[in-house]
Each structure stands twice: as C-alpha cells, then as structure tokens.
Design a protein. Structure first.
Length: 115
C-alpha cells in the first residue's frame, strides 16, 4: 500500500497550490479519502474529506470556500486545490485513506505560505 503526496511548496499569501495523492495497493474506489494537516506545535487536523463515491465532501470551517477536494478514479488519485492561501495554512499536509478500521497514510508534503 502506498499513498504518495506531491505538489507542496512555498507560496505567497493569496496564492494557490494543488496537492496530489497517488494511491496504490488497495481498492481506491472503496475508500473515503482525506487530507489532514499538522502545523508546528499543533495537533493534526482533518482539512477535507471526500466519500468513496465522490458525491459528498466535508471541509473544516477554516478552509471552506478556499479549498476543494476531488478524486480521479481512473488515476487512483485524490487532489486538494488550495486557493487564497494564508500564512496559517502553513503545515505538513497528509493524505489518508479510510474504510472501516483500515487506515493508510502518506508521508506528507510541506506547504509554506509566506511573503
């Protein structure tokens, strides 16, 4: 099982990034996919979630209206489009797959929002 995140980097406030998470080794279409983040000195938090069907999404209040989660079944990939980025969005972003008691995590990708 692998979840490989990419797309992080340094961006100025107000800028955009798109994170990708490529999944392999499990039945991607059966799993809820999530993006979590952890800032220095803070606990990891759920940022966005998309159901296995892709019909339903969830966003934490702090990113709703700025971030969009999506999934591509043909590529076994989940995305996080992040717009209007703020310094407080700076964190390591982790991709997560969940089904019942099964949980898989990626290694994380750093997002830094700074001028």
């Amino acid at each position: 099982v692998q979840l490989v995140e990419s797309g992080g980097g340094l961006v100025q406030p107000g800028g955009s990034l798109r994170l990708s998470c490529a999944a392999s080794g499990f039945t991607f279409s059966s799993y809820v996919m999530r993006w979590n983040r952890q800032a220095p000195g803070k606990e990891r938090e759920l940022v966005a979630q998309i159901t296995s069907t892709g019909y339903s999404t969830y966003y934490v209040d702090s990113v709703r209206g700025r971030f969009t989660i999506s999934r591509d079944e043909g590529k076994n990939t989940v995305y996080l489009q992040m717009n209007s980025l703020k310094p407080e969005d700076t964190a390591v972003y982790y991709c997560n797959a969940a089904r019942g008691t099964s949980r898989y995590w990626g290694q994380g990708t750093q997002v830094t929002v700074s001028s």
